[in-house]
Design a protein around this ligand. Structure first.
Ligand SMILES: Nc1ncnc2c1ncn2[C@@H]1O[C@H](COP(=O)(O)OP(=O)(O)OP(=O)(O)O)[C@@H](O)[C@H]1O
Ligand SMILES: O=P(O)(O)OC[C@H]1O[C@H](OP(=O)(O)OP(=O)(O)O)[C@H](O)[C@@H]1O
Length: 218
């Protein structure tokens, strides 16, 4: 019997939408996974050939890119930010929709275009790439959350952050000025594992079929 396949999932908001889809693909973790008091990070699955690990969203990509996990689910924001060559994202799961946007205080975009901007973001690579395409040099202040505080406290003039309802921006006095990326969750796999372990390809096909069934039914 080969080692169980390791399937990495983020611990936060994508999970609620991902779990029903995973169940339909036959990926069902043991009951302890749902126990909020549990400190375990790795869980057996009903299918004993698989285990689930629960990590932070950015780390899902890192585990899969390095082959420590063979499969995972993560937002396309994370896939694009890292652009790991060993990571392949073959299925758009059509869940976890949001967008990566530039925002700033109202009126911040008036006047001449500056050649340099200080931007707070959790996404330094996507931010730099976006502003470079506009001919603006972006100095990125890397934050891990609560980006919306940065402009009012003088840490940056703009932010690049995820937006879903727009409520967080509004309640912090910021206005969305442009969208960099439309985002949804992806099934990701390690490229080498896809070539060498037929269970990875089978799982990809199962998720692909589920997503196209859902599209036809919609
Ligand atoms: N409103 C939103 N805010 C943040 N992320 C969202 C939103 N809507 C969808 N997403 C997606 O959810 C992903 C974050 O997933 P999740 O919250 O499950 O991860 P996490 O492990 O809790 O993240 P973190 O490391 O930030 O704690 C984002 O990368 C994005 O693709
Ligand atoms: O447009 P909205 O629906 O208001 O959602 C956007 C907010 O959600 C995310 O933060 P999250 O709640 O994940 O917390 P974080 O600051 O720890 O990233 C994101 O970073 C925004 O702050």
């Amino acid at each position: 019997m080969p080692n169980p396949l390791t399937f990495a999932v983020p611990k936060g908001r994508i999970l609620d939408e991902a779990l029903p889809l995973m169940a339909r693909a036959g990926v069902v973790p043991e009951a302890e996974f749902h126990d909020k008091k549990s400190r375990a990070l790795s869980f057996a699955c009903e299918d004993s050939d698989m285990r689930l690990i629960r990590v932070r969203a950015f780390d899902v990509a890192t585990f899969v890119a390095h082959g420590a996990a063979q499969v995972g689910i993560v937002g396309s924001d994370v896939v694009e930010e890292f652009a790991y060559p060993d990571l392949y994202a073959p299925v758009d799961l059509a869940i976890g929709h949001c967008r990566l946007s530039v925002a700033g205080p109202a009126g911040a975009d008036g006047g001449a275009m500056p050649s340099h901007l200080r931007i707070a973001s959790k996404y330094p690579n996507l931010t730099r790439r976006h502003f470079e395409s506009l001919g603006i040099q972006a100095e990125v202040v890397k934050l891990n959350g609560a980006m919306e505080l940065a402009p009012s406290l003088g840490l940056s003039s703009r932010i690049v952050d995820l937006v879903s309802t727009g409520r967080t921006l509004k309640e912090n006095g910021l206005v969305e000025t442009s969208t960099i990326l439309e985002i949804s969750a992806r099934l990701i796999v390690n490229r080498a594992a896809l070539k060498t372990d037929e269970r990875v390809g089978e799982l990809v096909e199962r998720f692909r079929a589920l997503v196209s069934e859902a599209r036809v039914a919609a």
